[in-house]
Design a protein around this ligand. Sequence first.
Ligand SMILES: NC(=O)c1ccc[n+]([C@@H]2O[C@H](COP(=O)([O-])OP(=O)(O)OC[C@H]3O[C@@H](n4cnc5c(N)ncnc54)[C@H](OP(=O)(O)O)[C@@H]3O)[C@@H](O)[C@H]2O)c1
Length: 246
Amino acid sequence: MSTKSIVIIGATSAIAHGVAKLYARDHARFALVARNAANLEVVAQDLRARGAEHVSTFIADLKDVARHDEIVAYAVRDLGTMDVVILAHGLLKEQHEIDNNADATLDVFEVNANSMISLAHRFGCALERQGSGSLVGLSSVAGERGRRALYAYGAAKSAVTAFLSGMRGRYLPLGINVLTVKPGPVDTPMTKGRTLPLMATVDTVAKDIANAIEKRKHVLYTPGIWRIVMVVMRAIPEGIFQRLKI
Ligand SMILES: NC(=O)c1ccc[n+]([C@@H]2O[C@H](COP(=O)([O-])OP(=O)(O)OC[C@H]3O[C@@H](n4cnc5c(N)ncnc54)[C@H](OP(=O)(O)O)[C@@H]3O)[C@@H](O)[C@H]2O)c1
């Protein structure tokens, strides 16, 4: 991998940190944005120790969309040209946790959809101004179909997937790649204490993501088995799908 200038939004995410470690080895330059200052400093120190040439940090609650222009301005000021922008923040709530709470449902949308889309839009425009780069959005296989067990989170990820697909069409002719990452369950703090099928490690998913960035792929299912699982999932007629009670 060549040395890159990388912006990571939600940089304390376990998956984002896993990807960053791979680029740090190649002396990448990082602008990191996250909400928790202490945790972000741990990530920043780790990346410096692994060989990162430059690491700066910016603290923000990403639900605060009023600060998103400030975040883009910080990244441009700090890195100059941005080779890769990774949008990784997210909030998982299983449906039973929010079944009777409309505000918590909207909160899931604020973090996973509104905030992600706002940042994707603003960074897309910034990449267009510089005329190059890759935008990477962490969506999920949960966005492929609304399931009884996870439909608020799934609907938010579905919105992100559709938005990034449209952005890809807009930016491809300009030489800017938009990569949609759809992980299955990954062993991170987000899934701690939950029983989920085919749980992957951060290392596996991080390698897949870095590889997809380098190859300028458009959509990544990770691990790859999820591409096949989702072909089947999407093909199930709605009446049968509801009887599966998943
Ligand atoms: N793990 C999985 O199974 C899985 C599967 C499919 C997709 N994904 C997606 O992959 C991405 C990374 O997930 P992960 O597994 O690495 O989870 P993680 O380690 O729990 O990281 C989630 C990150 O989102 C940040 N975040 C949440 N709300 C925020 C807010 N309002 N402002 C700023 N930061 C906020 C958290 O920051 P704090 O530490 O401050 O809370 C944390 O750094 C997410 O978009 C997730 O939806 C994960």
